[in-house]
Design a protein around this ligand. Structure first.
Ligand SMILES: Nc1ncnc2c1ncn2[C@@H]1O[C@H](COP(=O)(O)OP(=O)(O)OP(=O)(O)O)[C@@H](O)[C@H]1O
Length: 286
């Protein structure tokens, strides 16, 4: 994977600009947190990276390929190398957790295995990989449970286990920590960072600025434009105030960030930041 480039990207919905002139270079293997107020365009940015939204203007290049000019088959091939955790998790609710995880296995063998698992019963025939992934994410006992019957946080972990099986080159995690408790957040974060260390480029849309500060590079969107792009140390209270200015809801996911505050960054100064990984400070200046 040679990284990601968005060049002057604009996306509009019924005349409303969701993204305006967004230019971002993301190097292969980078960890990038995307923040911004509700409606700032974060999800639209992620959808543009899988060609799931029409582009008004600009260019999106993933691994050297112009995403929006690719023929269908090549687009499919590229998409299989992109792992997503979206707010709806992209899981098939009627299928068991184990089968959903198996869907991460690309290629014929993976598909056959999944079909076999589907027909043989909810928990039968799963590959070792799928089982190990569920174990790793703490859902070893849920392989046979219908995904619809799992809690929101458990479904989120199923989506993460699927990534462990898929081993994508690019991970798009759109609010991966919504609806999960702090322990699960840590577990999911560690898994994503593990996949990143193994080479995957990681983009995470985060509501919680404290979590975003743990990434070496933070991009903030404000009204569809890039309002900040740099290391978390430069994310001062002033910057944050500009980014979230006029945001009526603060953190719609329910802020755990300070009593009585409705702002997602309340209580966290620029100093409090820390990182999990070492040696990743070399944020490329774009
Ligand atoms: N399918 C759509 N049709 C019409 N408008 C849309 C559509 N998707 C997004 N929008 C609009 O585009 C803007 C950006 O939305 P987007 O979902 O990208 O924001 P966001 O930053 O992800 O917000 P949140 O944090 O609340 O999820 C918003 O004004 C939204 O209402």
């Amino acid at each position: 994977m040679r990284g990601v480039l968005l060049e002057d990207v604009s996306v509009g919905f019924d005349g409303v600009a969701a993204l305006s002139d967004v230019t971002l270079h993301i190097e292969a293997g980078e960890q990038l947190a995307v923040i911004g107020a509700s409606g700032a365009g974060k999800s639209t940015l992620f959808r543009a990276l899988t060609r799931s939204v029409a582009l008004g203007r600009g260019r999106v290049v993933v691994d050297g390929q112009d995403l929006y000019s690719l023929p269908r088959r090549r687009l499919g091939e590229l998409r299989r190398r992109i792992g997503t955790i979206y707010q709806a998790y992209n899981l098939v609710p009627q299928l068991s957790a184990g089968v959903n995880v198996s869907l991460g296995e690309v290629g014929e063998m993976g598909r056959l295995g999944t079909l076999r698992a589907f027909f043989a019963g909810p928990d039968a025939g799963l590959s070792k990989k799928a089982r190990a992934a569920l174990e790793q994410i703490g859902l070893g006992d849920k392989a046979g449970v219908r995904t619809a019957d799992l809690s929101g946080g458990q479904q989120q972990r199923v989506a993460v286990a699927r990534l462990l099986v898929q081993r994508p080159d690019l991970i798009l995690a759109d609010e991966p920590f919504a609806a999960v408790d702090p322990v699960t957040t840590e577990r999911v974060l560690q898994t994503l960072l593990h996949l990143n260390r193994e080479g995957a480029t990681l983009l995470a849309n985060l509501h919680d600025v404290e979590v975003a500060r743990r990434f070496p590079r933070v991009v903030a969107l404000r009204a569809g434009r890039v309002a900040f792009d740099g290391p978390p140390g430069r994310l001062t209270e002033d910057e944050l105030a500009k980014i979230y200015e006029g945001d009526p809801g603060g953190d719609p996911g329910g802020s755990e960030n300070g009593e009585g505050s409705d702002l997602p960054y309340a209580g966290y100064g620029a100093e409090g930041s820390f990182r999990l990984t070492e040696g990743r400070d070399g944020v490329s200046s774009h």
